[in-house]
Design a protein around this ligand. Structure first.
Ligand SMILES: NC(=O)c1ccc[n+]([C@@H]2O[C@H](COP(=O)([O-])OP(=O)(O)OC[C@H]3O[C@@H](n4cnc5c(N)ncnc54)[C@H](OP(=O)(O)O)[C@@H]3O)[C@@H](O)[C@H]2O)c1
Length: 248
């Protein structure tokens, strides 16, 4: 059994605790949280000095807290990894063996997830630790990818655009509908199909709509309908960028 300790009780920490608890191959030794929490299955501590012996310590804390928390660890030469998409492993204190365990998924504490489909991007300072990280991914039935810092930053950038920005647009669409007393449910099949299409078609092929058809009358009408100046600019920028792709 691999002995694991999770540090941090935000979105990622909470999901990793569930994931490790669900695996018969993992001994989740402890869960460190600076705020007071309780858990039925796992020993929770909020004093860093009470950390026990484990094979790996996974820091699931805000990017700007990785250094501070790792500096507080009192042990040496253990494998300590973080879960950030845009932070080098060098942020972790040198007194331990350093690495990255970056799960490429969007985690919200309140939303259940199918953990088997999560790609984990692994990186480590020492070769033998990389083997350990791969073994850990195997034990929790997750697919791993050996990804260096430059590649991880690019993945994170693509993830922000495809998830965070898209989700912002879902929220904006919802607001536009609710403002006119329209049920957001009506739009959901379209949103689902937009995402499903990427499994069959290249996004360039699957684009539809007024900008793709270069229908300026509709574009102008939509821009006028938007009350917020920033939303009007957003609509114009997106339309122009789509038009640029299909102009030729
Ligand atoms: N959420 C995602 O979808 C996602 C996906 C992949 C990777 N990541 C990465 O995973 C990491 C955690 O993200 P998250 O979404 O879980 O963040 P989060 O929900 O905001 O949780 C952050 C956690 O860090 C703790 N923390 C902050 N400063 C601390 C400090 N100085 N000492 C000890 N604990 C501290 C917080 O404690 P309190 O609760 O006490 O404030 C909280 O438990 C980040 O590096 C993020 O980039 C996130």
């Amino acid at each position: 059994m691999l002995k694991v300790i999770v540090l941090g009780s935000g979105n990622v920490g909470s999901h990793l605790v569930n994931l490790f608890n669900n695996s018969s191959q993992i001994d989740l030794v402890q869960w460190y949280s600076r705020s007071q929490i309780t858990h039925k299955k796992t020993e929770v501590i909020n004093n860093i000095d009470l950390l026990k012996e484990a094979d790996i310590y996974i820091l699931c804390v805000s990017d700007n807290a990785i250094k501070e928390l790792s500096d507080k660890l009192t042990f040496k030469n253990k494998l300590v990894v973080h879960t950030s998409g845009s932070t080098p492993f060098q942020e972790i204190s040198k007194q331990n063996k350093r690495g990255v365990f970056y799960p490429l998924q969007t985690f919200s504490k309140t939303k259940e997830l199918d953990y088997t489909r999560i790609p984990i991007c692994v990186e480590s300072e020492n070769k033998e630790d990389l083997e350990f990280l791969k073994k850990l991914c195997d034990k929790i039935n997750c697919k791993y990818y050996e990804i260096d810092f430059e590649q991880r930053k690019t993945l994170h950038l693509a993830a922000v655009i495809s998830n965070n920005f898209t989700n912002y647009l879902f929220g904006l669409s919802k607001k536009i509908m609710l403002d006119k007393n329209l049920d957001f449910e009506i739009l959901k099949p379209l949103i689902n199909e937009t995402v499903n299409k990427i499994h069959k078609l290249d996004p360039i092929e699957s684009q539809t709509g007024p900008a793709r058809r270069n229908d300026q009358n509709i574009i102008d009408m939509h821009v006028k309908m938007l009350e917020n100046k920033e939303h009007r600019n957003l609509y114009k920028i997106f339309s122009q960028m789509i038009k640029n792709i299909y102009d030729n």
